[in-house]
Design a protein. Sequence first.
Length: 296
Amino acid sequence: MIGIVDAHHHIWRQADLAWLSGPMQPRIFGPYEPIRRDYPIREYLDDLAGTGVLRSVYVQTNWPNDQFEREAAWVQQTANEHGWPHALVAYADFSVDDVRPQLDRLARYPLVRGARMQLHWHENPLYRFAARPDLCADPAIRRNVGRLADYNWSFDLQVFAPQMAEAAALAESCPKVTFVLQHAGMLEDPSPEGRAAWRAGMARLARCPNVVAKLSGLGTFIHRNDAAHIAAVLEDTVAIFGAERCLFGSNFPIEKLWTSYRDLVDAYRSATARLRPEQRDAIFAGTAKRVYRLGP
């Protein structure tokens, strides 16, 4: 069995997450009452027990923006106490004039391997996160993302297909930074036209050698663990990027709304069954180890 690295999971405390407090607001992943509660590291470890997962990377969970360092400190403390997670993608506001004071504060925490500021914008307000669709072209954001190279940190890139051309230009403007494309480019339109636009955008991003694709969150828009859907997205993504530039992520506990961790991993194993062993190893472990510097 290939050892697995979960390159995208979350643990959280409800009190620290604005989107889990107050009245339930419509979200991209549908009703979420079952996860409007603490999701501690011990529950996460129980969820992945027996699945072959050996390491994990925590990705920021949208604490209030001014609490970005507090989130990093809490994750670091959790890892110090439990041995999990093994790396952290923290939040920073890249729209400011100079992001380096934020990055310097995050650099106090050894787990930090990268940063994420979600840039995805959609005509559908339910899918919209960023304030406007063209943030990838914003000069301040380009300048600040480029500064990640001085810290040897990656940038977790989250965009929809219509934003991918500008996202590719962002990656090209920061050639020393590795970009990790979230959720395999967030295919939200399953129509032939939607898939064609997504493939074209993915191909544009793949021309940037510093972009890798994270195979995570594939139930986000269909609200189920669909093995055929996972296989189709994975097959296209691997064909476009190559397995050596793809990595697995669970997006738990969001995906816990409709599946178990074991069933999710089984769906990915089924989707990769026809690949060569070295390709499966890259997707499930090798790429994540390299990108997030997780050791051998």
